[in-house]
Ligand binder design. Structure first.
Ligand code: GTP
Length: 336
């Protein structure tokens, strides 16, 4: 089986971390988001994949020069301009020659344990042009809600409905099985959204099916969900991976509770780190407080500084000693 992995977005919601690295190259407990995603694809029988690249493509190529991730042979398709999700899938599939057989397409920032082989089998049984994975969420209002009939056929594709108007809480979970004929719905070089244009057209033609699967699923696109997906790997929600890299320097009087501390990080005396992610090479000064926050690679949090409520510190940024930050982005980034 072959797959198109969408990794070309700007990741604006994760700025400033995504100013220096694309979202899918951010670490999730020491392993890039992309490697976590491709590892699950490999488990489901995917042997070859193409990255649909746009933003900072050279970072991917530099990190994986062998052209292989988790045993999966990779192709790199760099868009000349952002083509949106549907245009990007079409561009990358044609680039890699995935035009003659059923293929997977997925958002590269969704972390799940989906049984890909099972989804493909279900797609073959349905016999439509496409099958999408649905997951239940508490608040569907920021997602695409997808009601289905008793046969699994999609009835509608409702993007971001107001909370009290959503017909169900099963949403598009970002993994699709597609027939090559779907590429005809993505004309070469045209900017098109798969969620807003291609899927509604397929619904109108009765060609889109979906399966509801209620397993671990997180869209890691916001500071809150990115932090959650990493901490879930160390706090037993998903696994119990080691949370503190082997080569860190932690003062005996520092306290670290329910947090990830990356390779080469330094935590000074009296510092308190709780429910947070300290990325590789970051330095937390004496008596600093970092609670439910993310400190980017090689950043320096000055002595006595306080970060809380999803404060995000960018790559190599220095946070002033004794300064207080609540829900801040450092440096501040314009809202889009
Ligand atoms: P925000 O800027 O924070 O909204 O995130 P995003 O646009 O990077 O990601 P979003 O969750 O909106 O998009 C879903 C997936 O599609 C992500 O894996 C993105 O990397 C990817 N994506 C979005 N737009 C494009 C595009 O124009 N080209 C390519 N190749 N990928 C895209």
């Amino acid at each position: 089986m072959r797959a198109v992995v969408l990794v070309g977005g700007f990741g604006t919601r994760l700025r400033p971390l995504t100013l220096s690295a694309p979202k899918q190259m951010l670490p999730v407990n020491g392993v890039t988001m992309l490697e976590r995603v491709v590892t699950n694809l490999a488990r489901g029988g995917v042997t070859e994949a193409v990255l649909a690249l746009g933003y900072l493509p050279e970072v991917f190529q530099a990190e994986f020069p062998s052209g292989e991730i988790a045993g999966v042979k990779m192709h790199y398709a760099v868009e000349p301009e952002p083509l949106d999700t549907g245009g990007a899938i079409g561009f990358a599939a044609r680039f890699a020659g995935f035009t003659d057989d059923t293929f997977i397409a997925l958002n590269g920032d969704v972390i799940n344990d989906l049984d890909i082989a099972g989804l493909v089998a279900q797609h073959k049984a349905f016999g439509g042009e496409g099958t999408i994975h649905l997951t239940p969420v508490e608040d569907p209002s920021r997602f695409g809600v997808v009601p289905i009939d008793a046969e699994g056929r999609v009835e509608a594709f409702i993007e971001k409905p107001p909370a009290d108007e959503a017909p169900s809480n099963w949403i598009n979970a970002g993994t699709y099985v597609l027939e090559p004929s779907v590429l005809d719905r993505m004309p070469e070089g045209e900017k098109v959204s798969i969620e807003r244009a291609v899927f509604p057209d397929m619904v109108a033609d009765g060609q889109l099916y979906a399966v509801q699967r209620d397993g671990y699923w997180v869209d890691a696109g916001t500071p809150e969900s990115y932090l959650k997906v990493a901490l879930d790997l160390v706090n037993g929600v998903r696994s119990n991976e080691p949370a503190v890299a082997a080569d860190t320097t932690v003062a005996p009087s520092a306290t670290i509770i329910g947090s990830i501390v990356g390779s080469g990080a330094v935590i000074d005396a009296g510092a308190h780190v709780e429910g947070s992610m300290i990325q590789r090479g970051a330095h937390i000064g004496a008596n600093a407080r970092v609670v439910t926050s993310i400190v980017g690679p090689n950043a320096l949090v000055g002595p006595g500084a306080s970060l809380e409520a999803l404060t995000v510190v960018g790559d190599s940024v220095t946070v002033e000693s004794n300064s207080v930050h609540v829900g801040a982005k450092l440096p501040d980034v314009p809202k889009e």
